[in-house]
Design a protein around this ligand. Structure first.
Ligand SMILES: Nc1nc2c(c(=O)[nH]1)N[C@H]1C(S)=C(S)[C@@H](COP(=O)(O)O)O[C@H]1N2
Ligand SMILES: [Mo]
Length: 264
């Protein structure tokens, strides 16, 4: 019999961790008899093939199998996250007009932040905690990108955001790049937090403009964090405070059961 030419996946320490986590997650979903049997058997890569119906002979199907098993498990997502893997970018002609609004309140209730008195506050494991005026932020070198925003409520839209690459900003203020989290507090009392790997991702933007204009009030004036690698609720609008920390900060929706990693 001719052997199929397939890449052999050798489980490393990380893979074993993910497998154990997946095993615990699945065990919780099984009845007691099958749970005992299942835990005795353990979960091998071969077992995953059976459970998920995925042929795990290449890395992309291994990823699918792992995600299928553990759903939106944070550790799996962090492990699968490609620090340099880029989200798709689009042509100007594909921008969704008008761009949808979303928040935990109606559009007319979006906060009104005063441009003159606004100061971005920096906290936590950062060398320079000076606050920033909008004028100072607008003076920094800006880039822009056209990406897709995906909301868990079942819609997605393509938009164009401009601003400062967040990694540039974090390095400039002397943030501890080995810290675990970056957290955001917003003018409407929304809050969320992200992993450092995503904070440093090349497409993560401290966004000051939308479609070439100063960021409109309902889309997050004066500033939002735009990450095409994360779901909508992970993209905070109206940011007031940025904190670098090792203490898990949670988030408005995350604390109500939404998955914390929230990759898209
Ligand atoms: N400050 C703040 N940021 C927020 C939210 C919010 O309610 N307040 N909602 C989140 C959700 S669920 C989505 S889908 C997007 C919507 O952004 P948009 O209005 O630019 O489409 O903002 C995210 N960031
Ligand atoms: Mo959302």
């Amino acid at each position: 019999m001719r052997k199929k030419d397939s890449k052999i996946i050798i489980p490393n320490a990380d893979t074993q961790d993910v497998i154990h986590e997946a095993q615990r997650l699945i065990a919780r979903k099984l009845g007691s008899t099958s749970r005992r049997h299942f835990l005795r058997q353990g979960l091998t890569l071969g077992g995953m093939v059976m459970l998920t119906g995925c042929d795990i002979s290449d890395n992309s199907s291994v990823e699918k199998a792992l995600v299928a098993i553990s759903g939106f498990n944070d550790r799996v997502q962090a492990w699968l996250f490609g620090a340099d893997r880029l989200a798709p970018e689009y042509a100007e002609s594909m921008i969704t007009r008008p761009f949808p609004f979303n928040a935990f309140y109606g559009e007319e209730e979006a906060p009104e932040v005063d441009a003159q008195t606004y100061r971005l506050q920096i906290a936590g494991n950062v060398l320079d905690k000076s606050s920033w005026s909008l004028t100072q932020l607008y003076q920094m070198a800006q880039v822009s990108q056209i990406t897709r925003h995906i909301c868990v409520e079942g819609w997605s839209a393509v938009g164009k955001w401009g601003g400062v690459p967040f990694s540039t900003f974090l390095k400039l203020v002397g943030a501890d790049l080995n810290a675990k989290y970056v957290s955001f507090k917003c003018a409407d009392d929304y809050y969320t937090s992200i992993d450092m790997a995503t904070a440093l991702h090349p497409q993560t933007l401290l966004a000051l403009t939308y479609d070439g204009q100063i960021l409109p009030r309902q889309y997050g004036f004066p500033m939002k964090l735009r990450m095409p690698t994360k779901l909508g609720y992970k993209n905070p609008k109206h940011i007031k405070v940025i904190e670098v920390t090792n203490a898990y900060p949670g988030g408005y929706w995350e604390d109500q059961g939404y998955n914390w990693f929230g990759g898209s």
